[in-house]
Design a binder for this molecule. Structure first.
Ligand code: BES
Ligand code: ZN
Length: 965
């Protein structure tokens, strides 16, 4: 395992298996995604930045599209499966391929569901008021995997209900035709449908989760899964009020988006709960939760300058887990207050529930007033690991930010999803820098930006604003490009027009579109208006073409005149033939010494070349940093003397953000071939000794990549010794145990360094200590019980990985026993990742087989593959396993994550495996949401790795052979 790679992006999914939550805040940086793995990961992270290119492209855990597996009708609450109004025919009248047609607009829903989570199926009725622009005999609607037993249309107050027919077709099973007996409209009609459907089992739609003998039902509707729960118009452009009713068992709790109005007993030991009418919402933001849940009433969130009434606030968790919400409940109000202050807009809904869901596909989901999270993000123990605290904070800020960006103002279609995800990601950094400066969200965000640059360098890269035609495109839109590149571009233009002006533009935009929809042009128009200059055109050069600009900067001093010559092109990795469509309009700022000060000068670089005049009075500066404050979304290069000066005399004057940028750009120069590998490796000494975590982890990522891609087996020992040598002194002063009062950054540095030394560099002393503590944690040489005090919570992953790798089959059994004995999601993640890190072929086979073990949660099933796939030998094993167990895995994995499976293999570096991956996945990607593009990115990453190995191999070998044996 390698150190946490902030640079990598959210992404991907399973593939990225490893990352860390940490950067949570930065989630920006850390994206979203990582957190997932993170928790699975032993210690952080992990992937080589190089591999950033790896296809990681998508956030895997994301979205849910796809249909649930229908199960047999058995449960007590279910209606008899009769379907008089329902037929399936092949159509003379084919369903629309993309969005539903215009002219039919829902205005209000009343939705009544009967939900017994112990059953296989649920049932419901929906009444939808719809405006018809013209007379019509047929309305297209969404509704997937459901049986409709009755359908009628009426004109409220004018005419009684008339039967209608619900027809689905095999071509597009989630789109149905509702046919009337005679033309209806123009005007408003009411549709009434009675239906039943299976609970989802793969974390999409209205899905079931079993914990021990308890049964729960939760929802995950974004992006296109509300259609699995009720018939409707499941696209974000329609925002309507919803009246929701849930009929549940007497002793089950029922939660929805709004406050409960009343609860009435009904026949069969049930009760009907009615909820207040919602504000206008798109279907994807509805949420429900049913089951024997703990409900913790917190103190209402106090009113303030922006909101005049206290806000009811609760925490919800599986039975018995409520007390673990304490940290989350205590720390949410400050984040909410910061968002209200920034937006100048009161939280828009009538209550706030935060819900810990025992099995959840993504990290969290911003449902209006009922935000759902995977348990790791919300249930924090007494001594939570620092990465967990950060992930909670960052993800909470992100989902709260969506209550304005996405919920209050919604994009009409998925091509503008960056307005949700980039905004929430950027806003998280802004909020955390203010509320939790010690978390250094700005550094995490930069790590995220660098990760996105890895994805964006691929020819297969999406645009931030990419046309959306298919469900694959929707799924692919939740990637590092949308989240981290989008956030980085926002932040770059925030700097360009000034943060106060930017905030005013945001406030105007929110006021103009509240409870309605808005597109990119609306946002950029508001910013331009407030800024008094055209923000739209330069901004669109980043949104509407893929790629990372490379700004080549060269200092010229002549006759007392100093200037920086600038040239822009597309950053391309070795082996890539990616091209740029048109120039970017890049806000470029450079820093340089001027007397005793350090000065910044800026320009907007619009053409292929430009010149930036420096302060003339003070002669020729000793160095220039071509990306001041690291605010620009571009990579940069300097001629070799310029780079030497920056790394020499410039280094100490640079800020932590700038040093992070320098270290990352050096690593990028290895992937582009701009600097020979030996020079990049030699330049890592200084970053490795840096106090800043995002700087000192860059060499870890490079070393991880070198070991994976270049070090021949007989060179591994020397390479590891070199890599370990970069950090040994720091490790000695850090020790294994945190000191009292130590800050979070130090704890994370300890985790990264100990993880790197124990696992990647195989430092004998550190590894032995990790093994000792890992064995003690699970009581391996004693009582077999869990001893949490054996190792600090930050190092549980490190210790367990080392102990499993050095342990035998009996130890593996013991760890597996602990895994199955706990419902603590964090501990489960660390134990599972540790089991999966085994290097013993027989145990590795057992670890991979765990993917199909019913005792794993659905959101854990890709962990064994992802962890094995981090290193060459395991990658080959994981590949062999997948090719024989694919069908079983596909039937279990979260509906929305199957598309990320190709990315697990983006670390391969040879043509033979590339062709094998292609041949295996090509016929399968059509059925996995988002997989076609992810496969392309994966194949490209493998090709680039081969090219890099070819081009940089000799230089790497010369560096390695110069190391003492
Ligand atoms: N809206 C997303 C969750 C989502 C993504 C649902 C794609 C369906 C499809 C949510 O706001 C989100 O971005 N969650 C991230 C965590 C976040 C802090 C980066 C996640 O789940 O990884
Ligand atoms: Zn989000």
């Amino acid at each position: 395992a390698r150190p946490a790679d902030q640079a990598e992006q959210p992404e991907g999914e399973a593939e990225r298996a490893a990352q860390d939550v940490t950067h949570g805040g930065s989630l920006g940086a850390a994206s979203r995604a990582r957190y997932t793995r993170a928790m699975h990961r032993p210690f952080s992270l992990v992937r080589t930045g190089l591999r950033a290119f790896a296809a990681s492209a998508m956030l895997a855990w994301l979205s849910a599209c796809g249909s649930a597996v229908p199960g047999p009708a058995t449960a007590s609450l279910e209606p008899a499966p009769v379907a008089p109004g329902s037929e399936t025919v092949a159509a003379a009248d084919p369903p629309p391929a993309g969005p539903l047609p215009e002219g039919v607009s829902p205005e209000h829903y009343r939705l009544a569901l009967t939900v017994d989570p112990a059953s296989e199926r649920f049932s419901g009725e929906v009444w939808i008021r719809v405006r018809l622009d013209a007379p019509t005999e047929r309305v297209w609607m969404h509704g997937s995997a459901m049986t409709v037993s009755s359908a009628t249309v009426s004109r409220p107050g004018v005419e009684a209900a008339v039967p209608a027919t619900w027809t689905t077709s095999a071509e597009r099973p989630e789109v149905a035709a509702l046919r009337f007996a005679r033309p209806e409209g123009p005007g408003v009609v009411e549709l009434h449908l009675v239906f039943e459907a299976p609970f989802g089992r793969q974390l999409a739609g209205l899905y079931r989760v079993d914990v021990g003998s308890d049964h729960y039902a939760f929802t995950q509707f974004e992006s296109t899964s509300a259609r699995l729960a009720f018939p409707g118009f499941d696209e974000p452009r329609w925002k309507t009020p919803f009246d929701i009713e849930l009929t549940v068992r007497q002793d089950d709790v029922a939660i929805a988006n709004t406050r409960e109005l009343d609860s009435t007993p009904v026949a069969g030991g049930l009760r009907r709960v009615r909820f207040a009418t919602t504000e206008p919402l798109p279907t994807y933001l509805l949420a429900m939760a049913v089951g024997p849940l703990d409900v913790i009433e917190a103190t209402p969130i106090a009113a303030g300058a922006v909101r005049s009434n206290p806000l009811p606030f609760r925490g919800i968790a599986a039975r018995g887990r409520g007390p673990e919400l304490r940290h989350a409940l205590a720390h949410t109000p400050a984040l909410l207050a910061a968002l209200e202050e920034y937006t100048g807009t009161a939280y828009p809904y009538d209550k706030l529930d935060i819900i810990a869901v025992p099995d959840f596909a993504s990290g969290a989901m911003e449902n209006a007033g009922a935000i759902t999270f995977r348990e790791q993000l919300l249930l924090l123990g007494d001594q939570p690991p620092e990465d967990q605290v950060r992930s909670f904070t960052g993800v909470m800020a992100h989902e709260l930010a969506h209550q304005w960006f996405g919920n209050l103002v919604t994009m009409p279609w998925w091509d503008d999803i960056w307005l949700n995800e980039a905004f929430a990601t950027w806003m998280t950094t802004v909020v955390l820098m203010q509320t939790h400066p010690d978390m250094h969200a700005e550094l995490g965000a930069l790590g995220g930006t660098h990760g996105a640059m890895g994805q964006d360098a691929l020819e297969a890269a999406r645009q931030v604003r990419q046309p959306i035609e298919t469900d694959h495109d929707i799924r692919n839109a939740f990637d590092g490009i949308t989240y981290q590149k989008g956030a980085a571009v926002l932040s770059m233009f925030e700097q360009w027009i000034g943060p106060d002006v930017f905030r005013e533009g945001i406030r105007v935009y929110l006021r103009q579109h509240r409870f309605a929809t808005a597109r990119t042009e609306d946002l950029l128009g508001a910013l331009s208006e407030v800024a008094g200059r055209d923000v739209t055109s330069p901004f669109l050069t980043f949104l509407e073409q893929p790629g990372v600009p490379l700004v080549q900067a060269e200092l010229r001093c002549e006759a007392g005149r100093s200037e920086v010559r600038l040239a822009q092109s597309r950053f391309v990795p070795l082996g890539s033939s990616a091209v740029r469509a048109r120039p970017w309009s890049v806000p470029v700022c450079v820093r340089y010494p001027a007397g005793r000060e350090v000065q910044t000068s800026c320009t907007l670089l619009e053409g292929d070349t430009g010149t930036l005049a420096l302060d003339e009075a003070r002669g020729c500066p000793a160095w220039v940093m071509p990306n001041a404050g690291a605010h620009g979304y571009y990579r940069w290069s300097l001629p070799s003397e310029g780079l030497r000066s920056l790394l020499g005399r410039g280094w100490d004057a640079l800020s932590p953000l700038e040093r992070t940028s320098v270290a990352n750009n050096l690593r990028a120069a290895f992937t582009s071939g701009a600097v020979p590998a030996a020079d990049v490796l030699a330049a890592m000494v200084r970053p490795a000794a840096d106090p800043t975590r995002t700087v000192l982890t860059e060499p870890m990522m490079l070393a991880g990549a070198i070991l994976d891609e270049h070090a021949r087996p007989e060179q591994r020992a020397a390479s590891r010794r070199w890599a370990g040598g970069l950090y040994r002194a720091r490790a000695r002063s850090l020790g294994f145990a945190p000191r009292d009062g130590e800050d979070g950054e130090t704890r994370l540095v300890r985790r990264d360094i100990m993880g790197f030394l124990a696992v990647t560099a195989r430092d004998a002393g550190v590894r032995a200590e990790a093994v000792r503590r890992g064995r003690a944690l699970v009581g391996a040489d004693g009582d077999g019980a869990l001893h949490r005090d054996a190792v600090s919570s930050d190092l549980v992953g490190v210790a367990m990985v080392a102990a499993v790798q050095e342990g035998d089959a009996a130890f593996f059994d013991a760890v597996q026993g602990h895994l199955f004995a706990t419902e603590d999601a964090v501990l489960r993640g660390r134990l599972l990742a540790a089991l999966a890190s085994t290097e013993d072929p027989v145990l590795a086979g057992r670890a991979l087989d765990l993917a199909l073990d019913p005792r794993l949660r659905v959101n854990e099933v890709t962990v064994p593959l992802a962890v094995q796939a981090e290193h060459p030998e395991g990658r080959a094993r994981a590949w062999a396993w997948l090719s024989t167990h694919f069908e079983g895995l596909a039937a279990r994995v979260a509906t929305t994550r199957g598309g990320s499976l190709p990315g697990l293999f983006s670390g391969f570096c040879d043509a033979e495996h590339r062709e094998a991956v292609r041949a295996f996945f090509e016929p399968r990607v059509g059925a996995l949401p988002g997989a076609p593009r992810n496969l392309r990115a994966t194949l490209e990453a493998i090709t680039l790795c081969e090219a890099r190995r070819e081009a940089q191999g000799a230089s790497v070998q010369s560096f390695l052979s110069g190391l003492r044996p």
